[in-house]
Design a protein around this ligand. Structure first.
Ligand code: SAM
Length: 203
């Protein structure tokens, strides 16, 4: 018999076992999510700025997740949790419908080459999943220093019928409203690189 071994899933496609969020955090505070948290600067600053919110970060580079959870333990921060995995598989599996008060995407990878663009973290299908997880009135915040990427994401947001993009119709949001800056954001501010920001609301 020539039975082929099934191709193993990449580690970042596996769904970790996680207690329900109220059990994990020990409260039912508003739940926020950051996708592609990288070095987790935003995650920690946001957790400190919003002590009565719980902040979850997803990242598919495992070292960043291990570092973030070790730092969380060291500094006894109770309103933050980092998860290793691919956002496309984790978000549908780990969050109930209409439970997130905010989703933030800081400086997503642009995936410049045309054949790689399908890897961009947000596409219309995944945006549909993200919006389904947001509470009514919940916000989706995205920032990037790549203007073409920003335009294409803004277009996807505007095409979603449940998103209200009228607050900043051209995405002309000068300041980051989250009181927390990501690693890339700090670099852009340091070197005077323009940042494009969108804040949209679930209707
Ligand atoms: C350009 S970096 C920005 C990191 C951080 N947000 C910042 O602003 O400094 C994008 C990050 O998103 C992560 N990432 C990209 N696509 C992802 C996905 N589908 N699931 C989880 N992480 C992802 C990458 O590994 C990388 O760390």
């Amino acid at each position: 018999m020539n039975l082929k071994e099934p191709t193993p899933l990449p580690a970042f496609s596996k769904i970790p076992t996680i207690a329900p969020w109220p059990d994990l955090f020990g409260n039912t505070h508003p739940l926020e999510l950051e996708l592609g948290m990288g070095r987790a600067y935003y995650l920690f600053e946001r957790a400190r700025a919003a002590l009565s919110h719980n902040i979850v970060g997803i990242e598919y580079k495992e070292a960043f997740v291990k570092q973030a959870n070790a730092k969380k333990k060291r500094e006894a921060i109770n309103n933050l949790h980092a998860i290793f995995g691919h956002a496309w598989t984790l978000v549908p599996a780990l969050f109930e419908a209409e439970t997130l008060s905010n989703i933030t995407v800081n400086f997503p990878d642009p995936w410049w080459k045309k054949r790689h663009q399908k890897r961009r973290i947000i596409n219309p299908d995944f945006l549909g999943i993200l919006v389904s997880k947001l509470q009514i009135g919940g916000t989706l915040f995205l920032q990037t220093d790549v203007s073409a990427l920003f335009e294409s994401y803004l277009q996807i947001f505007k095409e979603h019928p449940a998103l209200d993009c009228s607050l900043h119709p051209q995405g002309l949001l000068l300041d980051n409203p989250m009181q927390a800056q990501s690693h890339r954001e700090k670099k852009c501010l340091e070197f005077g690189i323009p940042i494009y920001r969108a804040l949209v609301i679930k209707k």
